[in-house]
Design a protein around this ligand. Sequence first.
Ligand code: GLU
Ligand code: ZN
Length: 297
Amino acid sequence: MQPIRPPYIGRFAPTPSGYLHFGSLVAALASYLDARHVGGRWLLRMEDLDPPREMPGAQDTILRSLESYGLHWDGEVLKQSQRHAAYAGVLERLLQQGLAYACTCSRKQLEGCAGIYPGTCRDANHATADAAIRLRVPNLEYCFEDRVQGRFCQHLQRELGDFVIRRRDGLYAYQLAVVLDDAAQGITDVVRGADLLDNTPRQLYLQELLGLSHPRYLHVPLIIQPDGHKLGKRYRSPPLPPEQASPLLARALRALGQALPQELEGALPAELLEWGVEHWNASAIPRSRTLAEAQLR
Ligand code: GLU
Ligand code: ZN
């Protein structure tokens, strides 16, 4: 017997540290089409966990961009800034169970560790005030089958070490928030950029620890600039121009390997999306981690 899959619920989860750019449009579009093709719901979550890095006005601009590109979401926008109580409760429980601990290492002390936390504070019993909170990771490899990128594995202890779930400045880490929010919103399918592929094993481990079910994952290629950098915040991309919605949606469809017919060139956003929803074929997405923007037509 086939296991029964719950009805599809997808989401787009932008961070308001900058505006949407062509790369985020590609990810949003893939997530939208993957959901709508099977009649699923598509939710929106504002990942406003880090006020100091937030760009004033970005939240509204992101919502307006999605609307002008015809990417309409279901229900209310969930804001991570409203979810601190949920994060705090789980953090407290992990601390009490000894699964997480306080770390007082300075950046300087961790230099030379090549990004792999050596476990210095594991058994030090530091107070949690003015300390980062790290999650103990098992000496195990975590693997999953990505719908586009194939099998991906990471050995949490050897490749990463115990990772931060609350920063020293008191801000909650993305890894913790994303896992709790995906579960709270009942997300069955995560579709996002391939820059997050190597975050997924951490999220699988947290889901396992907290008794949450694993969503399916699909990581779309990251759009990169000629110098190899990802498009984005660092370059202060301007907002997606509303008057460019048709050509940019057509370009994003082609970047995702969807064979948009020539006669739909110049069609309205709603028409392009209607075609996309009907013809969506996730197996046509290029099986690569990156795509050069300059090569997209
Ligand atoms: N907020 C993250 C970003 O903008 C995406 C998180 C996710 O999709 O899991 O890169
Ligand atoms: Zn430490």
